[in-house]
Design a protein around this ligand. Sequence first.
Ligand code: BDR
Ligand code: CA
Length: 312
Amino acid sequence: MAATRIVIDTDPGVDDAVAILLALASPEVEVLALTSVAGNVDVDQTTRNARRLLDLAGRPDVPVARGAAGPLVVAATYEDGHVHGHDGLGDLTWEDPATPESPEHAVDLIARLAREAPLTIVAIAPLTNVALLRARHPGIESRIERLVIMGGASFAGNVTAAAEFNVWFDPEAAASVLSGPWPITLMPLDLTHQAWLTDADLAYFAGLGTEVGTRVAGMLEPYASYHERWYGNRDVIMHDATAVYELVVPGAIATRGAHLAVETAGTLTRGMTVIDRRAAHAERPTRVGEHLDRLAFATLVRERLARYPLAG
Ligand code: BDR
Ligand code: CA
């Protein structure tokens, strides 16, 4: 079967990093570009981090195109480094990235690739670029085969009690994207909290003896400390990797049809994703991830990240 053509829209981000490395090591998907957006850190840094990750993966041929520097309507503050580190990737030391930045805007790059052949967007960051894609390229939705998004939460948020980070950061963008005429599969927190890696997985990566293994273990260590402070244990939740997993192992994530909307006006609930799972919506093309098998997920991540070669 031909590989699924994907663009990853991202704000690396430690879990973005694992998602990107997973995709680049998986022949089931062809990563045509990374597009950066402000989110976990500012867009200068997310762009730099995307380039760093392509250096790490040995894939400087994959274009990195810079996108939006902030939300569509209301400025949001970046997190203060307590989740992903001040640099977004766990504050390790990196060389200046050799992978170049494309002169093309993220949104124009995505539109061009979508016009060439069916394209899947893997959106693992605030949805500003994807909303701008709709605005700047009217009708582009029909060229998008699928839109797989990490975002939202059915029951409890992670920035506020109601809102998940990617939707909270730019609710107007999320509202536009989730109401668009394209086939969406959403991976909300309820699903991503089933996809964690343990200290044993971190030790496995560290023991691979590769640059990828060592850096992944290094990035995940402070992320594990953050999880311990906030959730009471060191299991690291791989939110963004679930969106890639959906494409690498089709069917591994159980989904159901739902109606999606975003609260943009609520004083306590701004940025909340309203996921209507009532039976009448069960057959809709808009799907929500519901369940995955953690061990199968972790095994696949281990196996794919182990494919990166030893240095030298
Ligand atoms: C999402 O927010 C970011 O911090 C993560 O990278 C992920 O995309 C989880 O809420
Ligand atoms: Ca992210």
